[in-house]
Design a protein around this ligand. Structure first.
Ligand SMILES: [Cu+2]
Length: 200
């Protein structure tokens, strides 16, 4: 059976609409009846390993905002683009800004993203970015807390899989609580403005 182009286009629009709606629902689902002031239930405690092999928890980032993004180093497009944007934003906001906001890249592919792989990867972007990995269980726990979707997709060889994943930048406050989110396609100027608005 052959679908017409317009039918395929319509189906694509419907799929995108559901994905967008799904993300909104996830963001909204944590809000309570107090409305605008409510804080979505995104985030939570974590115990992971940074790109230098040091054990870290969410508490190590208190007193600073965390700009958290989940992805994986083998990602062909979304992750490198997003980390390039984050790097450009940190450069734009100046060297002292990293004292206020720490950009964090958490892998959803801990089997391949070892400490050494993470170190090389985040180092290629910015010295400010902290790469976090851990055991599959530790990573699954934090991904669940941040309502991150991640699913392996088979490649031509078993080790060549890709990972479909949600791509949202979360800004968490100095208390570890959710402050705001940004979509991954955001421009450098818009992300910088968004951080300035919330962080100062
Ligand atoms: Cu990615």
């Amino acid at each position: 059976m052959k679908f017409s182009r317009s039918l395929l286009a319509l189906m694509a629009v419907i799929v995108v609409a559901f994905v967008v709606l799904g993300v909104r629902l996830v963001i909204w689902s944590g809000q309570n009846s107090e409305g605008a002031k409510a804080i979505p239930a995104i985030g939570g405690p974590f115990q992971l390993t940074d790109h230098n092999g040091k054990a870290v928890s969410d508490r190590d980032f208190r007193n600073r905002y965390m700009l958290i993004f989940f992805g994986y180093t083998f990602c062909p497009d979304v992750c490198p683009t997003t980390l390039s944007t984050v790097t450009a934003v940190m450069e734009k906001l100046g060297p002292s800004y990293a004292k206020k906001v720490v950009p964090i890249f958490v892998t959803v592919d801990p089997e391949r993203d070892t400490v050494a792989v993470m170190k090389e990867y985040v180092g290629a972007f910015s010295p400010d970015i902290v790469g976090l990995t851990g055991s599959p269980d530790e990573v699954a726990k934090v991904a669940k807390e941040f309502k991150v979707y991640a699913a392996k997709v088979k490649g031509d060889r078993p080790e060549h899989y890709t990972v479909d994943h949600s791509a949202i930048l979360y800004l968490m406050g100095p208390d570890g609580k959710f402050v705001a989110h940004f979509t991954h396609g955001i421009s450098v100027d818009d992300l910088a403005a968004g951080l300035k608005k919330h962080v100062g």
